[in-house]
Write a protein that binds this ligand. Structure first.
Ligand SMILES: [Zn+2]
Ligand SMILES: [Zn+2]
Length: 412
């Protein structure tokens, strides 16, 4: 028998209600904040990601799902932002309306060793607001994420924020780190020794104990920020305070991707163990220009849907459904029953029929298993009287209803 590829997951009917709730709530909140949906292909030119995420990042070096097609090298998207900025520019969205607020929901792909909380195909719910450098926009992005979590039924999470500053500040921070770490290279984990060469900021968020201790001893502050970036970060913090959104500043928070500058943030939850991030984002002011567009600010975030679902008691609401279940006895009743079933569905009421042709008792059990609110029983007697038996499953009461009144009875 065939099996799914390691690191992928079937989302089964028992799980989809939580997914549907997450997606429906996300869409509702996005529209409250005036974000519009964009859907880009899951496959792009691989060089789009090399260019934007950074060729030294772990995603590009080790985790890209590559597809070789004659001369072309394609990649399954490892994240959403690069594709959306590509689409924004390719479709001239900056010319129709400079400032755009976009959201997306869909699968992402990273080729990595499958482990708990990490999949090769996983799903993001994310937003990108392109065309403004204002600190208020960073505040909106973070507050939108916080509002969404509230509506997912999630509490007890922590929002950490930091500012990486502009590219000059980032370079200053990298240089300081290089200097500080040069004497302590042998204490770093093997990954960080490589990072120190080509992506040194990542040393800051290494989970290795020895690396954490070294980073802690550095006593990093915001001194690398220029006055403008300092003021911008102050604006973000002030805005979050004004909205009563709890957050913690964390000078070690860097996010691994090259395109981030100024504000970065991460939302984590203690209920998840060592891979505790449920969402993250930040500002990426140079990305639009990097991809051939004008200089313009942008900020965004994404939640990992699988991570959200790991939070205990999140999204556990099932969608209310008032299913009507039809049981027929005999050939004549069956034929008439199929037509009645059709009428009920056309009236907008979810309805189903017993397809296993079981005994009355067996059919009633099926109705119960399906979570039916009402069971309709149609036998030859009822058929002659142009009526049907209607059983209310919540209180067990039963009555006979004329077929002409059936829809009205089911609707009340
Ligand atoms: Zn700066
Ligand atoms: Zn390390």
């Amino acid at each position: 028998m065939f099996k799914r590829i390691p690191g992928t997951k079937d989302i089964l009917p028992s799980e989809t209600p939580a997914w549907q709730t997450a997606e429906a709530e996300a869409r509702r909140i996005f529209s409250l904040y005036n974000y519009q949906e964009i859907r880009t292909p899951i496959i792009e030119e691989a060089s789009l990601f090399n260019r934007t995420l950074g060729s030294a990042t772990e995603i590009v070096q080790k985790q890209m799902f590559l597809i070789h097609n004659q001369e072309d090298l394609y990649a399954l998207r490892p994240e959403g932002t690069a594709s959306i900025v590509r689409s924004y520019l390719e479709n001239n969205l900056e010319k129709t309306r400079g400032f755009q607020k976009l959201y997306y929901i869909g699968p992402m792909f990273r080729f990595e060793r499958p482990q708990k909380g990490r999949l090769r195909q996983f799903h993001h719910i994310g937003a990108e607001a392109i065309g403004s450098e204002e600190a208020d926009l960073d505040v909106e992005i973070i507050s939108l994420a916080a509002e969404m979590l509230k509506n997912f039924g999630i509490s007890g999470h922590q929002i950490k924020i930091n500012s990486l500053g502009c590219p000059l500040d980032k370079k200053k921070l990298s240089d300081t780190l290089k200097k500080e770490l040069s004497g302590r290279m042998d204490l770093l984990c093997p990954d960080c020794r490589t990072r120190a060469q080509n992506n040194i900021l990542r040393v800051l968020d290494c989970k290795n104990d020895s690396c954490r201790q070294i980073v802690k001893d550095l006593g990093l502050k915001e001194e690398y920020l220029c006055p403008d970036c300092h003021e911008h970060f102050a604006g973000v913090k002030r805005g979050l305070e004004d909205l009563g959104i709890p957050f913690k500043t964390d000078p070690r928070l860097v996010r691994g991707l090259d395109y981030y500058n100024r504000t970065v943030f991460e939302i984590s939850h203690d209920g998840l163990g060592s891979q505790d991030a449920i969402g993250a984002g930040g500002r990426y002011n140079n990305l639009v220009h990097e991809l051939g567009g004008p200089e313009m600010g942008a900020a965004g975030f994404a939640f990992g849907v699988e991570r959200l679902l790991l939070v205990p008691n999140s999204l556990n609401r099932t969608l209310p459904q008032k299913l009507v279940y039809l049981v027929t006895l005999g050939k004549e009743a069956r034929r008439a029953g199929i037509k009645i079933l059709n009428r009920i569905r056309n009236a907008g009421i979810p309805a189903d029929i017993d397809y296993l042709n079981k005994s009355l008792k067996g059919a009633l059990r099926s109705a119960n298993d399906a979570g039916a609110a009402f069971v309709l029983i149609l036998g030859e007697d009822e058929l002659k009287k142009n009526s049907i038996s209607m059983k209310n499953m919540s209180d067990g009461s039963q009555k006979e209803v004329g077929l002409d009144n059936l829809i009205g009875e089911l609707k009340c």
